[in-house]
Design a protein around this ligand. Structure first.
Ligand code: GLY
Length: 358
């Protein structure tokens, strides 16, 4: 089968890799450089506990399933690419400021092995947390990955599996033949396809608005580096409306949630809000240096659930709307989209992109 994938973020790369590995002829079109959109901007957390609490049961199940695929997914990417992607299951600590918040956390212990901890126990896990807390939920097996290295390694794995990546090649339109998606046109060529997969993240709706009701949700993040003698703890920390993810010897703090269209401007307000919220939990961060500040666009969907499956246009598939969970979902998204396109698996009704068709 000739398959054209549009968008080389973590989803497009992972799906393209799985399809190429399955012997398909895959062309991946990327309007910029691979992995430089939301994949690059993200925090790299596989945050089942913190991100999926109030979600639809189908999404919690999907998240847990994808999480179980991650160790093997990471190993395969590393072996094929020869690159380390920094997958570490060093845990996540979700903090509660007061007793009611701690009681609410008890209901969130959806990960096997998660336990409630007292404030002193939380501080043993994360000594920087000297601010006022009542305790937390410790999820020791939760993992994170270096998302930027992941993008580079996935790009290599995709090419090694026989996929063809064309960077700096934006899609002009998806050409139809008798109503069916039959080819993808760019300024440089026409790529015939038996199947077209749209995986352009927040930009998916710009390629084909009628079938991809995806909206951008901006997130700003900052990076703080420590003075001599200090370092972050190994675990990801959540609390006071922010998360703090170790990056080498630094801490990445995220993230704002802004409905401002495709605007990725960095704001002093966003930067200061993240920093102040982090300092309230971890007062020692006042002595850390602001080393970076960036923003990305999450792909949001109207009901908050992903869009994974066929569209109303025959031959056109969609993998978008992962919102805050693009990295966590990547292995399961790759598996289900490969299997759906090859006719081996049904679409999950909760994620069917056609649920929004008029
Ligand atoms: N999953 C982290 C974020 O979207 O900010």
């Amino acid at each position: 089968m000739k398959i054209v994938v549009i968008g080389a973020g973590v989803a497009g790369l992972a799906i393209g890799w799985r399809l190429a590995e399955a012997g398909q002829d895959v062309v991946l079109l990327e309007r910029g450089q691979p992995g430089r959109g939301a994949t690059w901007a993200s925090a790299g957390m596989l945050a089942v506990t913190a991100e999926l609490q109030n979600s639809h049961a189908a999404e919690i199940e999907f998240a847990n399933y994808s999480n179980t695929l991650w160790p093997e997914f990471a190993k395969q990417i590393e072996v094929l690419s020869g690159q380390n992607i920094g997958y570490v299951p060093h845990g996540a600590l979700i903090l509660a400021e007061d007793a009611p918040a701690l009681a609410a956390l008890e209901r969130q212990a959806i990960q096997p092995g998660s336990t409630l901890v007292r404030a002193d126990q939380a501080r043993q896990i994360a000594p920087l947390v000297t601010g006022d807390i009542a305790g937390g939920l410790w999820s020791p097996h939760e993992a994170r990955v270096d998302n930027r290295r992941l993008a580079l390694a996935l790009t290599a794995a995709f090419s090694k599996a026989g996929g063809r990546l064309l960077a700096n090649e934006a899609v002009v339109r998806i050409e139809r033949d008798d109503g069916r998606a039959a080819a993808v046109r760019t300024p440089f060529g026409l790529y015939p396809a038996d199947a077209v997969l749209l995986a352009a993240g927040a930009w998916s709706g710009q390629v084909e608005p009628a079938v991809a009701p995806v909206t951008p949700v901006k997130g700003q993040m900052i990076l703080l580096t420590p003075p001599p003698g200090q370092s972050p703890s190994a675990a990801v920390i959540w609390g006071n409306g922010i998360y703090a993810v170790p990056r080498g010897n630094a801490l990445a703090i995220g993230a704002t949630v802004e409905d401002v269209g495709f605007d990725t401007a960095l704001t002093d307000e966003g930067r200061d809000r993240l920093r102040q919220a982090a300092e309230k939990l971890m007062p020692a961060l006042r002595g850390w240096t602001l080393a970076d500040h960036w923003a990305g666009l999450r792909p949001g969907s109207p009901d908050g659930l992903p869009l994974l499956g066929p569209t109303a246009i025959e031959g056109l598939w969609l993998a978008s709307g992962q919102y805050r969970n693009g990295i966590l979902f990547a292995p399961a998204v790759a598996e289900t989209m490969r299997d759906q396109i090859l006719g081996r698996a049904p679409v999950n009704p909760a994620f069917d992109p056609r649920r929004f068709a008029a």
